[in-house]
Write a protein that binds this ligand. Sequence first.
Ligand code: KQY
Length: 290
Amino acid sequence: MSMNDSWFRDIGPTFVVRKSEVNSDNTEHKVAGIDWNFNSWGGVDDGCYTDWTLDLFVARKILGNERLPRFPHTMILEGGSIHVDGEGTCLTTEECLLNENRNPNMSKEQIEDELKAYLGVKKVIWLPRGLYGDDDTNGHIDNMCCFAKPGVVLLSWTDDETDPQYERSMEAFSVLSNERNACGRKLEIIKLHVPGPLFMTNEEAAGVAQDGEAKPRLPGTRLAASYVNFYIANGAIITPQFGDQKWDDEAVRVLSRAFPNYQVVRIEGAREIVLGGGNIHCITQQHPAA
Ligand code: KQY
């Protein structure tokens, strides 16, 4: 399949599942995919690359190959900017979804209404901002906070008050502490400490194609590194590791406790992925079984 970039979370379909009664004691799961609109994380002036024409067809092609219904939408939205708990709650950030470079003609209420209609959620929880340094995506939720299960969230955290991430984590903690999910339950918040700050080296910047077709990658830029950007597979949590022994190990401990029935698998060298502005969750897309 042809595409302009590799981030399937954002250019692939967002799969949705509907349970329908087949008869009194049997249910059937129907799978479909939402095909959101996409503008390369911000359009011609503010996006990550200049040509995304092939990316616009990725969700359509996947759904066509899988012979699944496609729900097209005109709203600009990337899969990495939303998380759901499967029980009617959606998590997102104002920094991304309300950014002028996405849907400047839609109000917060209108965006919420579309999320409710297409994702089948009843409640949207808005965090003000995403991870510090996640400038490519304008603060996607998938680097900042996600559900471990309904009622339990994992939040990117730092104890270092001198790190600009501190203010963002505190702000999100405060919002989440005062929120309830769609079922009216208070949220348990698990802190998932970020790695020590990582910066792009001269060698790394020189290794990225800098041809004017994509956003420049400057040496010294803080990398948007977060352990929240893991992927939930069948029986396994695929988690990024950044070569920071202390926080890599701590992330594995926290995730193992949060997902006791899953094996936590370490992906060493996730730094290589983060050089492009995302991580394991961003570059993957789960496909629910029918
Ligand atoms: O965070 C994601 N969902 C993808 C990040 C891609 C940024 C493009 N350079």
